[in-house]
Design a protein around this ligand. Structure first.
Ligand code: GLV
Length: 336
């Protein structure tokens, strides 16, 4: 290790929880970190990745072919997120660059936030708080800010993987019934929660609350478009803590404006940090700034996992969360 230390150059695209930075600094001679409290601009990123052996990047960095090529020495890009839609995986694989992610460690935290959004939108929490802060609360009223119960209602999960399942267990404790749409059956959910696997159309038509838990890729881009929204109940709520572009945001804004849904709880947007103007002015929408995994504990675990993946890739060990395993067998540094 000691003689390797000066040779390896690492770049971290944004300051992360200290334990991860400490871990990297203890191992490598040169660990540079984006000095700004913002994502790097494209030109800054293209420059920063040059001559680095490894890069620890974030979901706000667009790691496309040009960036991967600019990273002329890099063997690995360790993404500090479970989603890797910000990385051109095909290009990375072609170039023999390993890509890793951080699955598992953010599951419970993201599921918690999903439940928080479900409750916030069905019980009109943010709208109620605005009402009070604006000085409009004149006392208890029998018809004041009535919401919707979730007990005995149907939660439809679009995607029943790790996060979708964790949401289902929480929702079951609130008395919800579960249906899901996924390419694969989730036998555990079916057995433990009597969840039913349904077609995409049935999911749209039967859900009282529809919650999205699929990764963003070509097949899920705009999966919830105007046509899909049309099929949903007018009394339904749509929740998204995955990636904004799974929903056609303009179509959703229009649909909500026209009263086609009772509400939407969103943590993610198509063009972050921009949010569609009509959503910003809608009382039917609860809007959060992409904080699904934002707890101290979880962000520290994610950063450590990304740092450990990076270190594995740099030191010739197979990174535990390698997303493009094809690059491993081709890696000249691989030791197995
Ligand atoms: C957060 O959005 C993640 O993908 O980790």
């Amino acid at each position: 290790m000691a003689n390797k230390k000066p040779e390896i150059r690492v770049f971290v695209t944004r300051a992360l929880p200290e334990p991860a930075l400490h871990y990297l600094r203890a191992r490598y001679g040169q660990v540079d970190i984006n000095p700004h409290d913002r994502p790097l601009t494209r030109d800054e990123l293209l420059e920063a990745v040059k001559n680095r052996d490894g890069v620890l990047c974030l979901l706000t960095d667009t790691i496309d072919e040009a960036v991967l090529k600019a990273a002329n020495r890099a063997r690995i890009f360790a993404n500090c997120a479970v989603g890797v839609n910000n990385v051109d995986l095909a290009a990375a694989t072609r170039l023999g660059i390993m890509v890793t992610n951080t699955p598992g460690v953010l599951t419970e935290t993201t599921a918690d936030l999903t439940l928080a959004l479900i409750l916030a939108v069905t019980r009109r929490l943010t709208e109620s708080e605005r009402f009070l802060r604006e000085g409009r609360f004149r006392g208890w009223g029998p018809m004041l800010l009535l919401g919707t119960d979730i007990r005995d209602k149907t939660l439809g999960l679009l995607g029943a993987g790790r996060i979708g399942s964790a949401v289902a267990y929480r929702a079951a404790a609130f008395g919800m019934n579960m249906i899901y749409h996924d390419r694969q059956s989730n036998h555990e959910l079916e057995q433990n929660l009597r969840a039913r696997r349904v077609s995409f159309e049935e999911l749209l038509e039967q859900s009282d609350v529809l919650s999205i838990h699929v990764p963003l890729n070509e097949s899920t881009h705009h999966l919830i478009d105007a046509r899909a929204l049309e099929r949903m109940k007018k009394t339904a709520f749509l929740i998204n803590t995955s990636r904004g572009s799974v929903i056609d945001e303009a179509a959703l804004a229009e649909h909500l404006r026209a009263g086609g849904l009772r509400g939407a709880g969103l943590d993610v947007y198509e063009n972050e940090p921009r949010v569609h103007e009509d959503l910003l002015t809608s009382d039917r929408a609860v809007l959060l700034p992409h904080i699904g995994s934002a707890t101290e504990e979880t962000r520290t675990r994610m950063a450590m996992m990304a740092a450990e993946n990076l270190a594995a890739g740099l030191e010739g060990r197979r990174p535990p969360q390698l997303v493009n395993p094809e690059t491993w067998s081709r890696s000249p540094r691989s030791d197995s």
